[in-house]
Design a protein around this ligand. Structure first.
Ligand SMILES: [Zn+2]
Length: 230
């Protein structure tokens, strides 16, 4: 009886070992059949960049906004092509002299924020910066991601990842390498997706009127001029 049990155990163990060997061989073959991993990851496509929850939590909270050109109220500038005029998705801000009189003028961060994009996404854009901010929703008080976009710049004076104070100079007014008369294309966008995207479209997409947004979120009395401390 004992002997029979022993034989059964040996047989069972042998069968199990054989089964494991078959599984191991099959798995090895399957891994061999998989294509080799590419040697290098593909370069980042900024069109599909989403800020992670940790990155969002680290964004400056922007409770004060000012015009990015001219005075804090935007004095000495005019809006040559406002939001949604001829499908425009931003404001085209100019020095009051028009033409190239504002070439090289300083552009300021409209609010405290972090540089989440810096580059030349296309010929029509020239140098572009995108800052990301957290802004309290006036109704709910919840912090929402808002982006401010600065394009056609002659010079970019800040770098990717840098945290900027409101009013800090981030670049100079340019022509997108001679394509336009010098001006600042300025946009306000909503949400955590970072994408240079387009400056004109049939629908407003995730953009709003920059002039109105800045006025509504200025967070200070009209006559108060108080640059952020350096
Ligand atoms: Zn524009």
């Amino acid at each position: 009886m004992r002997r029979l049990l022993l034989v059964t155990e040996i047989l069972a163990l042998t069968a199990l070992t054989a089964l494991l060997a078959v599984v191991a061989v099959t798995l090895c073959r399957r891994f061999e059949a998989l294509p080799a991993l590419p040697a290098q990851a593909r370069p980042l496509d900024p069109a599909f960049l989403r800020l992670s929850p940790a990155e969002i939590a680290a964004l400056p909270v922007a409770v004060r906004w000012d015009a990015p050109l001219g005075s804090e109220h935007g004095a000495l500038t005019y809006n040559a092509q406002p939001f949604r005029v001829t499908r425009h998705l931003g404001d085209d801000l100019n020095g009051i002299g028009g033409y190239n009189s504002d070439l090289g003028d300083p552009i300021f961060a409209a609010a405290a924020g972090r540089v989440v994009y810096s580059g030349v996404p296309g010929e029509g854009w020239g140098n572009m910066l995108i800052l990301a901010h957290r802004v309290p929703n006036p109704q709910t008080g919840e912090l929402e991601v808002v982006q401010s976009v600065y394009a056609h710049m002659e010079k970019v004076l800040v770098h990717f990842g840098q945290t900027l104070a409101r009013g800090e100079q981030l670049g100079t007014v340019g022509t997108a390498n001679g394509i336009y008369w010098a001006h600042l294309h300025f946009e306000i966008r909503f949400g955590p997706y970072i994408n240079p995207s387009v400056g004109y479209a049939d629908a407003p997409l995730n953009r709003t009127s920059p002039e109105r947004f800045v006025a509504e979120h200025r967070g200070a009395a009209d006559d108060l001029l108080n640059p952020a401390p350096r």
